[in-house]
Design a protein around this ligand. Sequence first.
Ligand code: SF4
Length: 69
Amino acid sequence: MKVKVDRDICIGVGNCVAFAPTVFKLDDENKAVVLDVASADEKTIMEAAESCPVSAIIIEDDNGNQLYP
Ligand code: SF4
């Protein structure tokens, strides 16, 4: 699973951090960055992505196929 944050879209709400604090954190610009994708299970990461109000979290499988959004 690959996880990316579109920082142009991210508005720094922090829902993703609340769901998966080992995977996402807010940086100095109040935008989410991806930490360790392997530190949480896929369901948790998917829930974090679904919690983002602006769909800034992009999830792909290992072959690059987009799973979300
Ligand atoms: S939930 Fe979405 S908007 Fe909020 S910090 Fe995470 S990526 Fe950014």
